[in-house]
Write a protein that binds this ligand. Structure first.
Ligand code: AMP
Length: 279
């Protein structure tokens, strides 16, 4: 497995493989890898000749008061996981390598207005910009994203469609801990009491999945899901929303493809979870 820090090195490696007629899959990550990331890498390994994993804590997707500095990092462990998962090349650039001035930005505005985009106004512009750059740098045939970040997945699909990238976006299911908590690099922030409290998210998701039916009012579903979270004193709701799975706009009634998504603070840690429902 090759580990490189520069755009020139990753490009040279991929161009050489392409000349050999190999297909390329990309898994973009911010590192501190866990089984959620591993599931994306596994799928990518199955479907492509060459597997590229990027490990980059992207400054432009963090707001000024967010956890950019504190974001967990363990690059040696990430490399060990990648090596054992059969990754061909890890791209681990410094911010100065990715962002040379002046900057251009990619903004998929309408899909970014609701849900996480409301609380994190710069987030999706930062995500789209870095993913767009990674696509240009690695020129993959396929790129792999988790359903855990459902709004991000919808936005990336829209970006690929609107900007005519010839890349297949593959969405992968949410990987959870045995007790239901969605795996996340940020779970490391939780104290043991907070870790227990964080189960209110997956409990609320289970409640929602058990009661959702075609034609019901979204408010009824949201109220029941909020009740589960509000029973946990350490939890503070950012949002619990029911949106159209493609437009990310709130829907009043359950119909078509909907995404039921939430963000909840457990202490200072903001966690997200979701499920989709198709009528
Ligand atoms: P991150 O390193 O948090 O930016 O995540 C990199 C990719 O891994 C994104 O496409 C995430 O949606 C995906 N991912 C993170 N956690 C999970 C999970 N628990 N299950 C599936 N995919 C995940």
């Amino acid at each position: 497995m090759l580990v490189v820090n520069t755009i020139a090195e990753v490009r040279a490696f991929i161009k050489a493989r392409r000349r050999e007629g190999k297909t390329v899959g990309l898994v973009p990550t911010m590192g501190y890898l866990h089984e959620g990331h591993a599931s994306l890498i596994k799928k990518c390994r199955e479907e492509n000749d060459i597997v590229v994993v990027s490990v980059f804590v992207n400054p432009s997707q963090f707001g000024p008061t967010e956890d950019l500095e504190a974001y967990p990092r363990d690059f040696d462990r990430d490399c060990a996981l990648c090596e054992s998962a059969g990754v061909d090349i890890v791209f681990h650039p410094e911010p100065t390598e990715m962002y040379k001035t002046p900057k251009a930005y990619v903004n998929i505005s309408t899909l970014s207005d609701n849900l996480c985009g409301k609380t994190r106004p710069v987030h999706f512009c930062g995500v789209c910009t870095v993913v767009c750059k990674l696509f240009h740098i690695t020129m993959p045939d396929r790129a792999y994203f988790g359903q855990k970040d459902a709004q991000q997945l919808a936005i990336i699909k829209k970006m690929v469609k609107d900007l005519d990238f010839d890349i297949v976006i593959v969405g992968c299911p949410i990987v959870r801990e045995i007790d239901g908590l969605a795996k996340s690099s940020r779970n490391i922030y939780l104290s043991s009491a907070e870790r227990k409290a964080a189960l209110c998210l997956s409990s609320s998701i289970k409640k929602g999945e058990s009661m959702i039916i075609k034609g019901m009012k979204s408010d009824e579903l949201i109220d029941a899901m909020r009740d589960v979270i509000e029973a946990e004193p350490m939890a503070r709701i950012d949002y619990v929303s029911v949106v159209d799975a493609f437009t990310m706009k709130d829907v009043e009634t359950i119909d078509g493809s909907v995404l039921v998504a939430m963000a909840v603070y457990i202490g200072k840690t903001r966690l997200i979870d979701n499920f989709s429902f198709e009528v």
